[in-house]
Write a protein that binds this ligand. Sequence first.
Ligand code: PLP
Length: 375
Amino acid sequence: MKNTYLDNAATTPIRQEVITEMTKVLTENFGNPSSSHSFGRSSKNLVELSRKNIAKNINCSAQEIIFTSCGTEANNFIIQSCLRDLNVTRIITSKIEHHAVLHTVEVLQKQYAIDVDYVAILEDGTIDYNDLEVLLAQDKKTLVSLMHVNNEIGTVLNLAKVAQLCKNNNAYFHTDTVQSIGKTEINVQELPVNFLVASAHKFHGPKGIGFAFIRKNIVLKPILLGGEQEKGLRAGTESVHNIVGMATALDISIQHLAEEKAYVSNLKVYLMQQLEITFPECIFIGNQNEVFYNILNVILPFDEAKTSMLLFQLDINGIAVSRGSACQSGSVKPSHVLEAFVAKEHLNKPNIRISLSHYNTKEEIDYLINTLKKI
Ligand code: PLP
């Protein structure tokens, strides 16, 4: 049995160089960045160098980066603050967002008595831009919250188009870029987004650290109250080793982006070819010419009775993939994402999400296919 990790949309292995940097910080830089003595100053220096480094990689200024504990916190912070501090009275989002956005919006809708509109999803799992345009034409102070790359199906939002629509209609635009930061170039000088969020563990960095980009001149208030860290926007002693780890991971990912993207894209083509040869009736979810290069969600032509056992069977063979659905006490519910647009007759069929990184190999794909053949 080979351990085969094909679940990189859930989390990614940390790069060795990141572990080395983090270990160095843990060993040598334990000072509290808020302390004024040399121990504190040296930690503060690392935090600010990391901020600059991250800012450089998305082409913003360092002041526009706020460190958070994860992508979920960054999403919560932005959405909640927009309602509280920017007089937003309506959110436009979609039914295929990550729960970090969907559940936050659901709770805040009640708390702030705001309107929520869900933009229509087309049959290929993409956003209906015409519907978005119609919704935006209504005269309400609006926050649009739409994710860049969908974590379950890999569909990609046209950020430039949505940003422009929002700008034309005087709406704020927040995008969850947790699945895309570090895997594709994002330049906020060219994209008029107001907010975006990232999470280090999705780009071969540590867990427990993320960041929010908040465009200059947008004034938000903190949700976490306490000290003056992060310009008073996010109290709590900075996780220096995690911040350094995140900056290092992003920097390396961007440096190797072209070669790693080409490698993973080829691997995905190979995966699709092998699946089509072995299971000619399999269905790839989404238009694969436009789906992100490291994610493939495939419906397998297996008996529906095999649905609940599929992940288990792969797991006992050392293969980690996911379904993007909640398995509870033997019953398998379709995921909220697939439910939003996949035809009913396909919804209960076994599907798996395979998500790749540059650490994966063709041999691992062959092993997955051979194991699937035996199920
Ligand atoms: N948004 C998306 C699209 C994700 O895929 C995830 C993680 O699965 C999150 C948000 C949450 O990120 P974190 O694990 O850093 O809270």
